[in-house]
Design a protein around this ligand. Structure first.
Ligand SMILES: [Fe+2]
Ligand SMILES: [Fe+2]
Length: 341
């Protein structure tokens, strides 16, 4: 068989036809290589034609991922700590929204530099914004939207030994994102037939999702803070009670929706004292969706699920051991099994 392309030209061909922009930087951030897509994406924001031997921060005028709050180059940090930065999405002054990955190049334990790839996601983000606006129109009123969009959620890293968390990011419209992700998860489960299960009412569950975290109030924390979550965060049952009151008295939601919201942070054992059996399948599904959406919203978690009758199998890649792996939940019986793989 004839070789399609010989190796030196193969590499050039691949690098110059890929849609992603690519930079190779040495450990001092001197540009060793950039491909044509990188030039196109950065068009108008490059200092001179020839990039060879130029420092990345001098050459690229709107350096993506530039300096942290203390003025340290985040790229240099990345060379030092050897940790990749993935999917950093930011909007730049040329109107483009870029998604950037930075991967340290380490060969034989030697930190040699970085590979930085970037993708222009402007159109995707615009589409998402349009969908967001369409979703906002389905909300009861602008106060609900305002509360969701101004209640933050924290991203964190959990330390299982010390049982504490380090704040790594702040999602400004956290509750809004969490509700949108919950609805997305619910719609995927519905596509697999979960709303055909007796006791699962699609409209009621959608309302419960929309209202369930409206009573949430978050503490003031900064990126880098290390805290014991049990001390710093309010007992979740309290925001569940508040949200239930809001749903009942301000938005006239039916009793079943209010009960689902009220007990969404109770354990099943506690909740079953207050909830009739007919509500338990929906309660279990709601807690499952809430948990998955919280993990997805905070990032770094991949989730796959399959529905088979009243049983839902979930596979999660999660740093928290309690949730990592595959588990199977029966919505009727509440039977909950971890499946070894
Ligand atoms: Fe909640
Ligand atoms: Fe929630």
């Amino acid at each position: 068989m004839k070789e399609l392309l010989k190796s030196p030209e193969l590499l050039h061909y691949v690098l110059d036809t890929m849609v992603e922009g690519l930079f190779l930087l040495d450990k001092d951030l001197t540009i060793q290589y950039m491909n044509s897509s990188a030039m196109q994406i950065m068009d108008g924001f490059l200092n001179e034609n020839d990039y060879h031997g130029r420092n990345f921060h001098d050459y690229v005028k709107i350096a993506p991922i530039e300096f942290d709050e203390e003025g340290t180059s985040m790229l240099l940090e990345c060379v030092k700590n050897g940790k990749p930065l993935t999917r950093v999405v930011s909007e730049y002054s040329n109107g483009k929204t870029l998604s950037i990955n930075v991967v340290p190049i380490v060969i034989d334990n030697e930190k040699r530099g970085l590979m930085l790839t970037m993708e222009d996601v402007t159109k995707l983000v615009e589409m998402e914004k349009e969908l967001d606006m369409a979703f906002a129109l389905t909300l009861p009123n602008s106060k609900v939207e305002h509360k969701m969009k101004t209640t933050i959620e924290y991203q964190d890293e959990y330390n299982p030994e010390l049982k504490n968390i380090r704040i790594t990011g702040i999602i400004k419209d956290g509750v809004y994102r969490h509700v949108v992700n919950s609805l997305k998860i619910f719609s995927s489960l519905a596509a697999q037939g979960v709303t055909k299960v007796i006791g699962i009412d699609k409209d009621q569950l959608v309302q419960a999702i929309i209202f369930h975290d409206l009573g949430k109030v978050q503490p003031d924390l900064m990126i880098g803070d290390v805290v014991d979550p049990r001390e710093v965060f309010e007992d979740s049952k309290l925001h569940a009670y508040r949200s239930a009151e809001i749903a009942k008295h301000l938005y006239h939601q039916p009793d079943d929706v209010v009960d689902l919201i009220k007990y969404h942070h109770h354990s099943e054992k506690e909740a079953s004292e207050f909830l009739p059996w007919r509500l338990l399948p929906m309660f279990r599904l709601f807690q499952l969706i809430d948990g998955l959406s919280a993990a997805v919203t905070r990032g770094g978690v991949d989730v796959i699920f399959t529905v088979n009758g009243s049983s839902v199998t979930v596979t999660e890649h999660n740093k928290r051991p309690k949730y990592d792996g595959t588990r199977k939940i029966d919505l009727f019986t509440g039977d909950h099994k971890k499946i070894e793989q």
